[in-house]
Structure formats: C-alpha cells, structure tokens
Design a binder for this molecule. Structure first.
Ligand code: NAP
Length: 239
C-alpha cells in the first residue's frame, strides 16, 4: 500500500504536536515543521517514540521565504509526494481584552504575517509535492473567531481579523486549486487546552488531534472551500 504523507506546520507543541503523533500512530509519514527544532523537545520525544522515520522534523519558520523554500526542498528529499498539508502554525498576539487604542499595531502585523501570509507562503512552495499526490488536501487550521457573521463582541479583534482573512484565503485557494484536484478546507479545532487555548479550555489536545486526524482521512473533494468543525461537519455556510 502506498505511504500516506502529511506536512504539519507548527508541530513543536500544542495541536500540531498532538496531530503529528496521532497521524504517525495511524501509519502516516509526518513531516513536522518546527521553528526551532533544537528546542522542540516534546516533538523530538514524539519522533523518538514513534515508528522510526515516521516523524521527520524539519526547520520551518512560516514567516520566512528562505525557511519555507528550504523546508520544501528538504521534504522533497524525503517523500515523493505529499497527500496533505496542515497549515497549523499560528499566533494569538493579544491578551484579548485590549481596546483598539491599546492594541499595539505590530500585533496585527505578527498575526497576519503568521496566520495568513504564512499559510500562502508555505502552501505555494509545497504545491509541486502536493500536486504529485492522487488527492491532495490542504487543511487550514482556522477558528470560529474568524466567522464575520458571528462576531458580536469586541474581544481579540486582531486574532479574529487574521482568521477571517485566513477563511477568505481558504476560499480563494479552494477555487484556484479545485481544477487541479485539490481539496482545501478551513477547520476549527475547538477550544483546546494548549498554550494558546489556556488551561480553562474544555477540549483536551489529544481529543482534538484524534478528531482532526479522522476528519483528514475522510475529507472528500465535495468539501472543498468549506469551513468544517474538527469532526468534519460543515460548521456554517454563513462565514
Ligand atoms: N487552542 C485553541 O483553542 C485554538 C482554537 C481555535 C484555533 N486554534 C488554532 O490552532 C492552531 C494551533 O494552535 P495551538 O493551540 O496549538 O497553539 P500553540 O500551543 O500556541 O502552538 C502554536 C504553534 O505554532 C507555532 N508557530 C508560531 N509562529 C510560528 C512561525 N512563525 N513559524 C512556525 N511555527 C510557528 C509555534 O511554534 P513555537 O513553539 O516555535 O512558538 C507552535 O508550534 C493555530 O492556528 C490556532 O490559531 C487554536
């Protein structure tokens, strides 16, 4: 049987780390992107505990063209094709309660360059490897915070704006890549107990990763351009 291959960005901790371990356990070959591989101890441990070779750690800072290009070149030396790209790396720069006047504008730059431009940057350089797969899939880890139609409060507007932009990028990528056989979706992982989600988050990271892995394995071309929850259910048609 042909090897199933996935590239996950931001796999050093949180959802990316848990998803790398979960997909490796399910028999996938995982290219795990990490900004600082030498300090990514949890990811190193996951790779050591997995079937040898099933988790490969690749340096990747999604905000850098050179880093993305080098990661794509390194991935091409390890796998012939990529079935799935999970654009998971993300930042939440604000506390969440700041007013517009209080919010340092540089937070918008950080959020957009990571959560939006980073996704376009990494997807572009991995298109050649993805194009060699029979059914290439791009899974953009988004958030309900990015649903414009459901935004009623004033909290975390910087993060929310970046995820709304990611949702639009997802729609654009889905439309462009559909004729090439790609499935491109935005997915919300739930409110998850990670550094970003905080200790009060109700969803355990292992549970989110398990649902996301099952959803990735079931993704069909008919779902391209949709906003899904981690169980693969269409979350909304009113983004
Ligand atoms: N947790 C939640 O409740 C929740 C809810 C909705 C959506 N999400 C989304 O889920 C994704 C993962 O979130 P998480 O909760 O796992 O967050 P997290 O625990 O804060 O982990 C974020 C990951 O992104 C990486 N990252 C940040 N900037 C990067 C860059 N420039 N280049 C490469 N990697 C970078 C981090 O790497 P370093 O270790 O190097 O910093 C880390 O691996 C994000 O896109 C987030 O917006 C999370």
């Amino acid at each position: 049987m042909q090897e199933k291959t996935v590239f996950i960005t931001g796999a050093s901790r949180g959802i990316g780390l848990a998803l790398a371990g979960e997909l490796a356990r399910r028999g996938w070959r995982v290219m795990a992107g990490a900004r600082h591989p030498a300090g990514a101890y949890a990811l190193q441990r996951a790779a050591e505990n997995a079937v040898p070779g099933s988790i490969e750690i690749l340096p990747l800072d999604v905000r850098s063209d050179d880093s993305a290009q080098a990661a794509a070149e390194e991935a091409a030396t390890k796998v012939r094709s990529l079935d799935v790209l999970v654009n998971n790396a993300g930042v939440f720069p604000e506390v969440g309660s700041e007013t517009l006047e209080e919010l340092p504008l540089v937070y918008f730059e950080t959020a957009f360059s990571t959560n939006v431009v980073g996704v376009a940057r990494v997807t572009r350089v991995l298109l050649p490897l993805l194009s060699r797969a029979p059914h290439p899939r791009v899974v953009n880890i988004s958030s309900r915070a990015g649903l414009i139609s459901q935004k009623e409060d004033a909290r975390h507007i910087c993060y929310s704006a970046s995820k709304a932009a990611l949702n639009m990028l997802t729609r654009g990528m889905a439309a462009e890549l559909r004729p090439r056989g790609f499935t491109v979706v935005a997915v919300t992982p739930g409110w998850v107990n990670t550094e970003m989600g905080g200790p009060g988050a109700p969803v355990r990271v292992e549970d989110s990763a398990r649902s996301l892995a099952a959803m990735i394995e079931c993704l069909t071309p008919g779902e391209t351009g949709q906003f899904l929850d981690r169980d693969g259910k269409r979350e909304t048609s009113a983004w």
